[in-house]
Design a protein around this ligand. Structure first.
Ligand code: PLI
Length: 463
């Protein structure tokens, strides 16, 4: 008998399963009913009716036994919890910023930073918008201006750092509106809406130079910054032999301050961070947090949540954890590619984004191709994904018309440490099966539209 030759050495997860959560299996008829009742919006499905949940990696990650053990030593004092001080120590140690204010999640931090830094009439340049980030900037009276490189809007550009800021676009904006109207540059990495694409350290340093030249602050949405550090180590010259921890620390050092949704990289169910070197901003945030969140030593969190966050910071910077995390997403993308399914390249950090415009070319953008595709995938197999296209982009503030983003995507997002390779195979086969019958799929009509962040609660009807 011929022996199979070894042609590769695979990676596997650096953990094993200790606790399982049973999933409900549904029939096609049950899923059709559930989708109809949810107005074909995957955000409105009951989680119980979902088999494999790729809606988001936010708050849906599996905590480690070490994090669960930490939950048991929660110090639930109203003031001065010991978990707060441990978390603060880890923020100083790993992010390198001396001042810290906890919040209950990322958008609470965005709310406060926007209110503190923005004067109505300001402009905020950023590397592509994120829904909650942009909304808080707008609610504070600013206009968001996208200054990401053009390649980020091209789903098939293989640029290794599609999250980079276009320095010329940034300089042009400063020239046009004046530096006084730009309180800060808002940089995220990897860029969620661009497909989980990182920025490079070189680009970050150039952005910092421009900011310094014009006296503009540079702020970081560090929600998935550990993944950004992983990509820098993998792709950028001069970083191969530097540790993730060192790259992460260096990245954070260029910013005036950061905000974080701890529900992602930190692998907890709830939590947010504001950390900064700017004492004035810190003092304002510390004043404001007691109005909106709770005392400055808990910011809307339980002591146990802060303990899990503190331990999560240590785990998120572990190379093997990150390698398995990015590797799983990559495996999913590579399997999809075998069926010719169109998706954003390169494969991102937290998700694979299906190109709904190419998947359903006969569905016009105002008939919501990505929303339609997400609903069809759910009906096929119970896999829940998320629209990231025209519904998420909302309406133009002045004209009231839909914004028409270049990217019309369905995000298949992987919670960290939750699903197995078999779950991925089932998902790939489901998407391939929808792809095979794509020509018979019709679009949707919006029948209910909320005022803010409409993608969460909008309802649709089949055309
Ligand atoms: O969901 P929050 O409020 O903890 O965080 C808001 C938020 C801020 N920045 C970035 C880059 C995010 O991705 C983000 C939340 N993202 C969600 C919920 C997601 O599903 O991607």
């Amino acid at each position: 008998m011929a022996m199979k030759k070894i042609t590769k050495r695979s990676w596997a997860e650096p953990y094993k399963i200790k606790v399982v959560e049973p999933l409900k299996m549904t029939t096609l008829a049950e899923r059709e009913k559930a989708a109809r009742e949810a107005g074909y919006n995957t955000f409105l499905l009951k989680s119980e009716d979902v088999y494999i949940d790729l809606l988001t990696d936010s708050g849906t990650n599996a905590m480690s036994d070490n994090q669960w053990a930490g939950m048991m030593i929660g110090d639930e004092a109203y003031a001065g919890s010991k978990n707060f001080y441990y978390l603060w120590d880890n923020i100083k140690k790993y992010y390198g910023h001396p001042y810290f204010v906890p919040t209950h999640q990322g958008r609470a931090a965005e709310h406060m930073i926007s209110k503190i830094l923005i004067t109505p009439g300001d402009f905020i340049p950023g590397n592509m918008y994120f829904t909650t980030t942009k909304l808080h900037q707008e609610l504070a009276g600013a206009t968001f201006i996208d200054v990401i490189i053009d390649e980020a809007h091209d789903p098939y550009s293989e640029h290794p750092f599609k999250g980079n800021i276009d320095i010329q676009k940034l300089e042009d904006l400063i020239k046009k509106v004046g530096a006084k109207k730009i309180p800060y540059v808002s940089m995220a990495g990897p860029v969620n809406m661009a497909g989980g694409q990182p920025f490079s350290m070189t680009n970050l340093k150039e952005v910092k130079k421009v900011c310094d030249k014009h006296g503009i602050q540079l702020w970081f949405d560090a929600t998935r910054a550990a993944e950004n550090a992983y990509f820098i180590q993998e792709r950028e010259k001069g970083f191969k032999t530097k540790s993730i921890e060192k790259i992460f620390y260096e990245m954070c050092s260029y910013f005036e301050g950061i905000w974080v949704s701890a529900k992602k990289d930190l692998m907890v169910n709830i939590g947010g961070i504001i950390a900064t070197k700017n004492k004035k901003v810190y003092e304002e945030a510390r004043n404001m947090v007691v109005v909106y969140e709770g005392l400055h030593t808990y910011g809307g969190l339980a002591g146990r949540d802060m303990e899990a966050m503190a331990r999560g910071i240590e785990e998120m910077l572990d190379y093997n954890n990150l390698h398995a995390r990015v590797g799983q997403v990559r495996y999913f993308g590579e399997e999809l590619a075998k069926y010719g399914i169109p998706f954003v390249k390169p494969i991102g950090g937290h998700a694979v984004f299906l190109d709904a415009k190419k998947f359903l070319p006969h569905v016009k953008q105002d008939q919501f191709p990505a929303q339609t595709l997400a609903a069809e995938i759910y009906i096929d197999s119970g896999v829940r994904t998320m629209e990231r296209g025209i519904v998420s982009a909302g309406r133009n503030k002045e004209t009231g018309k839909h914004n028409y983003p270049k990217l019309e995507l369905v995000r298949c997002t992987f919670p960290r440490r939750v699903y197995t390779q078999a779950h991925i195979d089932v998902t790939v086969e489901s998407i391939a099966s929808v792809y095979q019958k794509r020509k018979s799929i019709k679009g949707l009509k919006m029948i209910y539209e909320p005022k803010y962040l409409r993608f969460f609660q909008a309802r649709f009807k089949k055309i």
